[in-house]
Design a protein around this ligand. Structure first.
Ligand SMILES: O=P(O)(O)OC[C@H](O)CO
Length: 511
């Protein structure tokens, strides 16, 4: 039984869209929450805004208000309460969550069946009850919608006051000539959901109207990753889970214990020798899986110096885990290392300058002293993709060992593009069971090196990138650090180089 709040005369069920196949050349007006998203609750999206833009305290207040929001209705007064609590006092200029954080969560909530219908139309107009700043980035970037009809947020001196302007949908559509084709009497098709508010005036502009029932939506499948209209490679924000009310409750209940475990994990890692901190890490719930190449290393190879370990970059902690697995002294070079991380690092960690000559000299001298770990992507990537490998490392030595690194977290991401980088290890260790996986691959064959094999540095870098991708089942891309930061933070990710390291802790004998 399908119940509709209001059934226009020309209304049909969405399942008819496929049968007729007539809408591909028409303008489609669809309701984002009603037609694309499987979940009926908007709370997680506001929780993300509150947490990422406002912090723990703001998200906690929003969480405490959830019973009231639920009572007054998430679509009605509850929406206004969520908007107010999440946005009040946030600076508009620095608000990038709509493009850097929310698209991942929207994509994970998209229903495959609704998505197929929406994407079958070339010209799409989206309507949403959420503020424009939350949805526009996703709708335009991933779905290619022509226009978004959603509320603007009121501003005072560049800050959100937490109130939405009233949306005059029909006027907006007509004024901007979004429908074209002579406005009234145009060839538009509307799709809404029976229990979601979908501007009735807007519907009156449509020749055909389709509705989705909630019964139908419950049977919808999640959109498989390979069907994403564009690969999701970069995203920002600390929360690694969808903050539904129940999941948020779990997070807030976990925090006191999590903080305690985080302090133990962090301080033991920074102060104790690896051999002593390993059992502490295991007891506190961190996991490490290691895989080594088939051919066993000879005693001489184990003691070898001057080996360059080239790994992909998942978090700031990659070189530490590689050092732990190797169980021999190594140094690490890395870009954008915060002073805090540099000081706390239990291995010799030195920031790169991005001046090719200076970096070459630095890495050469470190290799002459011992083994070195380098992450040529130059920045971390959270998804199963590898960014372009900078080829500087390939020129330095022929003794190269690729290392494939992966990390699994369930609550917080230990990386950030626009947040405080010094908190990266703290957030990583705040996870209940962070899992690290290190795969040491075969040393590069002589034929695939620059000196002995006469390969170009680019060929070697690409070869290593491919070997690591194969080992992890990831995809190689040509994206760079600059691309990532332009997308997520709106800058090039250039780090102000600081003075020479004030303190480097040589923990060689700690091994
Ligand atoms: O993700 P990023 O840009 O903070 O990169 C991490 C740094 O390279 C520190 O290892």
């Amino acid at each position: 039984l399908i119940l509709y709040r209001r059934k226009p005369a020309n209304m049909r069920n969405i399942s008819h869209v496929h049968k007729t196949g007539e809408i591909s050349n028409k303008t489609l007006i669809f309701h984002l929450e009603g037609v694309l998203l499987r979940s009926n609750s908007l709370f997680p999206y506001f929780m993300l805004v509150a947490f990422e833009a406002g912090g723990f305290l703001r998200s906690f207040i929003l969480f405490l208000c959830y019973p009231l929001i639920w009572l007054v209705g998430e679509d009605q007064l509850g929406l206004k309460i969520m908007v107010f609590l999440s946005f009040f006092g946030i600076k508009k200029e620095s608000f990038r969550i709509g493009t850097s954080v929310l698209p991942k969560f929207f994509l994970e909530d998209v229903g495959y069946e609704g998505f197929e219908v929406v994407m079958s139309c070339k010209r799409k107009i989206a309507v949403s009850n959420l503020p424009r700043v939350m949805v526009e980035g996703f709708l335009k970037e991933y779905l290619g919608v022509k226009a978004v009809v959603a509320s603007e947020m009121k501003l005072v001196c560049g800050y959100f006051v937490g109130l939405m302007e009233e949306t005059k949908t029909k006027e907006f559509v007509l004024d901007h000539d979004i429908l074209g084709e002579g406005k009234a009497g145009c060839n538009a098709v509307g799709i809404g959901c029976y229990n979601k508010y979908f501007d009735q005036q807007l519907l009156s502009l449509c020749k055909e109207v389709y509705y989705v029932s909630t019964t139908e939506k419950r049977k919808w499948h999640t959109l498989p990753r390979e069907k994403y209209p564009k690969p999701l490679i970069f995203h920002d924000g600390r929360l690694a889970f969808r903050p539904t009310p129940i999941a948020s409750l779990a997070m807030f209940m976990w925090l006191p214990l999590g903080l305690f475990l985080c302090i133990i994990r962090f301080t033991s890692g920074a102060i104790l020798p690896f051999k002593m901190c390993a059992p502490i890490h295991i007891l506190t719930g961190t996991r490490l899986t290691v895989s080594r190449p088939g051919s066993c290393l000879t005693k001489n190879e184990e003691k070898e110096k001057g080996v360059l370990y080239v790994c992909n970059h998942r978090t700031l902690l990659d070189p530490l885990y590689v050092a732990y697995v190797l169980n021999k002294p190594v140094s690490a070079v890395t870009y954008s290392l915060s002073r805090f991380s540099e000081v706390m690092s239990p291995i010799k960690a030195i920031p790169l300058t991005r001046d090719r000559e200076k970096d070459r000299k630095l890495m050469k001298s470190l290799l002459s002293e011992g083994n070195l770990v380098v992450c040529p992507e130059g920045t971390t990537c959270r998804e199963p993709y590898l960014l372009r490998f900078s080829h500087l490392f390939a020129e330095l030595t022929d003794d190269i060992v690729p290392v494939a690194v992966d990390v699994k977290v369930s609550m917080f991401y230990g990386t950030t593009a626009s947040g405080r980088k010094c908190l990266d290890p703290i957030f990583h260790f705040l996870n209940p069971n962070p899992v690290y996986s290190i795969k040491l691959l075969e040393k590069l064959p002589r034929s695939y090196t620059c000196k002995a094999g006469a390969k170009s540095n680019v060929e070697v870098a690409n070869y290593v990138q491919n070997e690591i991708a194969k080992a992890l089942g990831f995809q190689c891309t040509g994206y760079t650090r600059k691309d990532k930061y332009m997308i997520l933070a709106g800058d090039e990710g250039i780090v102000r180089s600081h003075d020479p390291p004030i303190r480097q802790l040589y923990r060689v004998n700690a091994l």
